[in-house]
Ligand binder design. Structure first.
Ligand SMILES: O=C(O)C(=O)C[C@]1(C(=O)O)C=C[C@@H](O)C=C1
Length: 250
């Protein structure tokens, strides 16, 4: 019998089982995504087609694993619950937060971003600072369940927070004057300002916060995590990521 060295032997071996084997056996990798956050993830309500930088990346991942890609629709509120149960990983503009890192694994960071306002262009000067924004009568619109809502709840005490469940129509609400602004990721403000000539991003290069995007994995499976990290490193250095990002980010 092997010498009893306490728990050290087992720990050095790591978990023998990995989701990686289950994915191979199943013949598909199941990827959760919200489909409401361009340029990272988009589910076209008319055609039912998925697109976005992170969905293209998920396709590349499946290809290099030699399995099919199965996209599972989720919401920002259900993301953590669905992870591991309905899908093997989650992608699509997910921000790294310490709270989520207690419950799950993140891959290496893919992109740096931060929260900044988007508003009708005539209001850009009025909403430069959080102090200017957090005033009675200012209506800040927000999608529920993610870091945007958390930021609004933490930082806006005087302004009115308008919760809008559908992130795909939220920018039209600002155009229509049903809200004054949204504070969201700078990458999204730039993309949506480009889509809507009436809207302008407010200092996207100097956002209020610092955060990074990554892919989200169930906690505990270091074998799967290390495969995804190695793949990501290759895809970000061999031009794959840039090729997918180019049409969206220019
Ligand atoms: O929760 C996160 O990780 C996000 O970055 C997603 C999030 C959000 O913060 O709500 C960011 C921008 C989009 O408008 C939709 C969702």
């Amino acid at each position: 019998a092997p010498a009893d060295t306490g728990s050290r032997v087992e720990l050095a071996g790591g978990p023998a089982e990995s989701r990686l084997d289950a994915i191979k056996d199943r013949g598909s990798v199941q990827v959760c995504s919200t489909g409401d956050y361009r340029p990272f993830t988009y589910l076209d309500p008319e055609t039912g087609e998925w697109s976005g930088i992170d969905l293209d990346m998920a396709g590349d991942m499946a290809k290099r694993l030699g399995v099919d890609l199965e996209i599972v629709e989720t919401t920002w509120s259900n993301l953590m619950d669905d992870l591991g149960k309905r899908c093997d990983l989650a992608v699509g503009g997910v921000s790294i937060t310490l709270e989520r890192a207690e419950q799950a694994f993140f891959t290496e960071a893919i992109l740096q971003d931060g929260k900044t306002p988007i508003t009708r262009c005539e209001n850009v000067d009025k909403f430069q600072t959080l102090e200017q924004i957090d005033q009675p009568g200012v209506r800040a619109i927000v999608n529920p369940g993610g870091t945007n809502e958390e930021f609004a709840d933490t930082n806006l005490k005087q302004a009115t927070i308008v919760r809008h469940p559908d992130n795909n129509t939220i920018f039209e609400e600002i155009v229509a004057g049903n809200a004054d602004l949204m504070i969201t990721d700078a990458a999204e403000t730039k993309w949506q300002a480009n889509e809507h000539p009436e809207l302008c991003s407010v200092h996207p290069e100097e956002p209020f916060t610092f955060s990074e995007k990554a892919y989200l994995l169930p906690r505990g499976d270091v074998i799967f995590q290390q495969w995804v990290d190695q793949w990501l490193n290759i895809a970000r250095n061999d031009g794959t990521y840039d090729r997918f990002a180019e049409p969206w980010l220019g």
